[in-house]
Design a protein around this ligand. Structure first.
Ligand SMILES: Cc1cc2nc3c(=O)[nH]c(=O)nc-3n(C[C@H](O)[C@H](O)[C@H](O)COP(=O)(O)O)c2cc1C
Length: 173
């Protein structure tokens, strides 16, 4: 069956090289809003979305993420925007809730011609003292736990083809 939304799902690819060009405010707002419409366990809306465009914090979060990896490269691939998704650690579904938010934003961005890639290690960052200090600076509760992030921006080149889907991905009973 073909349909624009199904084809959007199939053509989204992780983007790992970005133009420096900023993301227009209207497009960024639309991506962030799409995140807020994700389903959440019990309708609790446990996630908090943090959009970082400020250069100082953009550099700081890249440094903290790279430190977890033990590397010095930019884990967000030079993207002009990094969107962090944290969620209330007291919610039993915080990981699932945040993951749905991340996927909604990745698909919305793709629909608008923007590229994304899920970048991990937000859990380690925001469980650490340095991450908690950032939360205090942003006046956010320290009960928030990291779920993931997306790098967001315009891709420098066309995305490649997806890997073949594994056999037996779907089982019908
Ligand atoms: C939970 C999760 C964590 C990921 N972490 C990273 C990451 O830290 N860095 C990265 O470049 N890609 C990361 N990815 C992207 C995957 O590598 C990517 O989705 C996968 O290779 C399939 O490629 P596609 O997204 O183009 O279909 C992550 C994806 C998921 C779902």
């Amino acid at each position: 069956m073909e349909n624009n939304f199904l084809s959007l799902i199939k053509t989204r690819r992780s983007i790992r090289a970005y133009k420096a060009e900023p993301v227009p405010a209207e497009a960024l707002d639309a991506v962030l809003e799409a995140g807020t419409y994700a389903p959440t366990g019990g309708g609790r809306q446990s996630p908090t979305i943090i959009a970082i465009t400020d250069l100082k914090y953009r550099q700081e979060i890249a440094k903290l993420n790279a430190e977890v990896m033990g590397s010095s490269t930019d884990p967000y691939y030079g993207a002009p925007v990094v969107v962090l998704v944290l969620a209330d650690g007291g919610a039993s579904t915080f990981v699932e809730d945040g993951s749905c938010v991340l996927e909604n934003m990745m698909l919305a961005a793709h629909a608008l011609g923007l590229g994304t890639v899920w970048v991990h290690r937000e859990r380690e960052i925001f469980d650490s003292e340095k991450g908690k200090a950032l939360l205090r600076e942003w006046k956010l509760p320290e009960t928030l736990r990291g779920v993931g992030a997306i790098a967001l921006g315009y891709p420098t080149r066309e995305a490649g083809q997806p890997a073949a889907r594994k056999q037996n991905y779907i089982v019908r009973i």
